[in-house]
Write a protein that binds this ligand. Structure first.
Ligand SMILES: [Fe+2]
Length: 340
């Protein structure tokens, strides 16, 4: 395991300890010795893999040093050198993340064997960290490909879904950032928004594509899509609070929405917010049964529905951002240029 590229620091205020450690370790590792902990903490450019440190030093205890170095370089392994078997501080060191301790006077084999074990553990940690990172990446890539496949599956039945999903989730991300929705919650919501109409997969194509007015029976079928979508997505861990968007995006402030007919602030905030974004994009798009509205007409319609379809406080919160984005030419670009 030892090779010249592996770097070991020895930190001890006794020169004799530094020298005997150097003699033991120098054939296998690149060794640097230090008198004071500050020298190590202020310059880690030599990239230590393993540090042997005295547990009792003048300016800072070995335990304090251990805590600091672990904060700065969590993957560096630390072995404490104790002058006598001071069990309580050795134990505390182990609890604080030290790999092991050796007791002075130490033998050559003990030092070499401890170094080897410490470095082995370090390599294992590095390897598993890398594996976790690769797995995360693979999961994310798979997630995106799967999402795309699901959206396209709905799109095949209801051809307006893919573009609408992309634009509304993009708008939610933009506006959510501006109104201070925490990042991790916003990502979950954005993911849910991309799939908010996934439940249409469970509604007959003839109903989704029908040009004329829907019968009560047909509308009852359409009204099931939020619940179907919720049931599809709920078992996965990707959506968190975003599931509220899927389930409640057709609720209305006045309680006439579906599936539950919730009223006002009983409707979760992200769903109240997304309902406005969803309608905004619908009004701004060409549909087979009507032409698209202008930005101005759309905002006027949203204002008219304030307190009826849309909850008032969310309208007041987001309309200024719509106006600002539109003024900067930002919203327009987002809506018009997202075709792939
Ligand atoms: Fe929907």
């Amino acid at each position: 395991m030892g090779n010249k590229k592996t770097t070991v620091f020895v930190l001890d205020d006794e020169k004799s300890v530094q020298e005997s450690m150097r003699m033991i370790l120098k054939d296998k590792y690149q060794v640097f010795t230090f008198n004071r902990p500050e020298e190590v903490l202020t310059d880690l450019s030599l990239e230590p893999d393993l540090i042997f440190t005295d547990i009792r030093m003048f300016s800072m205890s070995g335990l304090e040093f251990l805590e600091k170095i672990k904060k700065m370089k969590p993957q560096v392994e630390v072995v404490m050198i104790t002058a006598y078997p001071d069990f309580s501080s050795s134990l505390q060191a182990l609890r604080s993340g030290a790999f092991d301790y050796i007791v002075k006077p130490f033998g050559k084999n003990q030092v070499l064997e401890t170094a080897e074990r410490a470095l082995q553990k370090r390599n294992q940690v590095i390897e598993s960290t890398r594996m976790i990172r690769d797995l995360r990446e693979a999961i994310n890539l798979n997630y995106e490909a799967t999402t795309r496949a699901l959206v396209l599956a709905v799109d095949a039945k209801d051809s307006y879904t893919a573009e609408h999903s992309r634009r509304t989730s993009g708008l939610l991300l933009k506006i959510g950032k501006r109104i201070g929705i925490p990042h991790s919650k916003l990502i979950a919501c954005k993911r849910a928004a991309e799939l908010h109409d996934i439940g249409k997969i469970g509604v007959e194509e003839s109903i989704l594509r029908k040009k004329g007015p829907l019968t009560t029976f047909e509308f009852e079928k359409i009204k099931q899509h939020p619940v179907i979508g919720y049931q599809i997505l709920r078992p996965t861990a990707f959506f968190g609070e975003g599931l509220d968007i899927v389930l409640y995006h057709h609720e209305r402030n006045d309680g006439t929405g579906y599936p539950e007919g919730l009223k006002g602030k009983k409707i979760p905030f992200v769903a109240r917010l997304f309902a406005i974004i969803d309608s905004y994009d619908a009004m701004r798009s060409e549909r087979c049964y009507r032409g698209k509205l202008s930005f101005r007409e759309t905002i006027e319609e949203i204002m008219r529905e304030k307190g009826r379809q849309f909850e008032s406080s969310v309208v007041d919160l987001v309309v200024p951002h719509f106006l600002k984005f539109e003024k900067d030419g930002d919203l327009y670009r987002l809506i018009e240029t997202t075709k792939e």
